[in-house]
Design a protein around this ligand. Structure first.
Ligand SMILES: Nc1nc2c(ncn2[C@@H]2O[C@H](COP(=O)(O)OP(=O)(O)O)[C@@H](O)[C@H]2O)c(=O)[nH]1
Ligand SMILES: [Mg+2]
Length: 177
């Protein structure tokens, strides 16, 4: 059996939807159940035919991280295999916050990190979802694999986002599944 452990970080400004997304990815409904506020790391395990994958999910402490010292910032980013970059569809300017998270990620992680841009709160958009030009420009700058439109309220594309991340990491590390 082969066992793997990967660190995933959830990046984005305050209220982008990080904690709700993590709760959903762990199989909870954050709108019915308590969201673990202040928990640094949540663990999700998957069983695959060849063994186990453990995901260590780190919730970006947006309220303190940009103001804290290099040591604490480094601890958050270091050794991550995957990064979810979140912005809020009801506030598309929230994408600007991601520039900082990406700079720090590049500073502290020299190896390749699998990245996805996660548009959150799709359930709050009544009409057709349109992404601004700035979203596509920033996505290009962040060099993500893809943009995924999600809702932690309805569960839209949550499994898809997590599966895409795990698959990309395994592929990047040349692990055949
Ligand atoms: N309607 C809706 N609200 C959401 C969604 N995701 C998060 N929220 C709400 O947005 C606010 C911020 O979410 P939270 O996960 O705490 O963001 P964080 O600061 O990035 O951890 C909370 O009031 C959540 O209930 C979503 O998919 N749909
Ligand atoms: Mg939070």
């Amino acid at each position: 059996m082969m066992n793997f452990e990967f660190k995933l970080i959830f990046c984005g400004g305050l209220f982008a939807g990080k904690s709700s997304l993590i709760a959903r990815m762990l199989g909870y409904d954050p709108f019915l159940q308590h969201v673990f506020q202040g928990e640094v790391c949540q663990i999700q395990s998957f069983s695959l035919p060849f063994g186990q994958i453990r995901l260590l999910m780190f919730d970006g402490p947006a309220h303190i991280l940009p103001k804290t010292n290099e040591h604490i910032q480094r601890n958050f980013f270091i050794k991550s295999s995957g990064a979810f970059f979140l912005f809020d569809l009801t506030n598309q300017e929230s994408i600007e916050e991601l520039i900082w998270w990406n700079e720090k990620l590049q500073q502290y992680v020299p190896t390749k990190v699998e990245k996805f841009l996660i548009a959150t709160k799709a359930d709050l958009i009544e009409n057709e979802i349109t992404l601004s030009k700035r979203i596509f420009e920033t996505n290009k700058e962040l060099e993500t694999n893809n943009i995924i439109i999600t809702s932690s309220k309805t569960g839209l594309n949550i499994d898809l986002a997590l599966n895409a991340m795990v698959y990309s990491i395994l592929k990047n590390q040349d692990i055949k599944i």
